[in-house]
Design a protein. Structure first.
Length: 199
């Protein structure tokens, strides 16, 4: 009897990619308030109802271990502790020389996502293909790092954490066509990542 090389002994596929939709500002009142204000202005401007806003993150399993992929603020000067593969400026490019105005992109083996318990609907299984899981991890160091919160790339949307996740999935070969935030929710920046991935 042979063993499927794409499966662990536990029965879980050897390579999985899971997407989490986390309410914007979960555990951070300032972010939640500013996000609500942004959505109120956006809804009024586009003559639509207000939606819940979501921040996305990934958890990838490969035979070598479990990896967290997320964009987050830079908390200290030890990026190696969090598997950081890229950094970019926040707000305006010149401010990126200061740590508090930089974001980081993590490929963190064994890492954590502080607000993952708040994810709506639990994990969304994007792929069970170990080749896709590996590619998702491999493409990260080449991710673009435009200014967070601005449409520097001319995609029609600002660049943010959702852009990072969408770009990574698309460039990693995952099927992103059916991925949507939870009902009555929005993920600003998602399309910016998809547009950039195609170019």
């Amino acid at each position: 009897m042979t063993t499927d090389p794409d499966e662990h002994a536990s029965g879980r596929p050897a390579g999985t990619v899971d997407l989490y939709w986390i309410p914007l500002g979960a555990g951070a009142h300032v972010v939640k308030a500013s996000g609500a204000l942004f959505e109120a202005i956006s809804a009024a401007r586009h003559h639509r109802e207000r939606c819940a806003l979501y921040h996305s993150a990934l958890v990838v399993h490969v035979p070598e271990g479990r990896f967290v992929i997320e964009q987050a603020p830079v908390p200290d000067l030890h990026p190696e502790r969090r598997g950081v593969v890229a950094e970019g400026p926040v707000g305006v490019r010149w401010a990126g020389r200061f740590r508090m105005f930089r974001y980081e992109v993590r490929r963190w083996q064994g890492g954590t996502i502080p607000d993952i318990a708040e994810a709506v609907g639990g994990p969304v299984r994007v792929s069970t293909d170990v080749a896709v899981a590996r590619q998702v991890l491999d493409v990260l160091p080449s991710i673009p790092t435009p200014v967070w919160g601005r449409d520097e790339l001319g995609t029609g949307e600002m660049w943010n954490s959702n852009s990072v996740v969408a770009w990574t999935l698309a460039r990693g070969g995952a099927d992103v066509k059916t991925l949507r935030p939870p009902s009555r929710g929005r993920a600003p920046g998602w399309n910016a990542g998809l547009v950039r991935a195609r170019t």
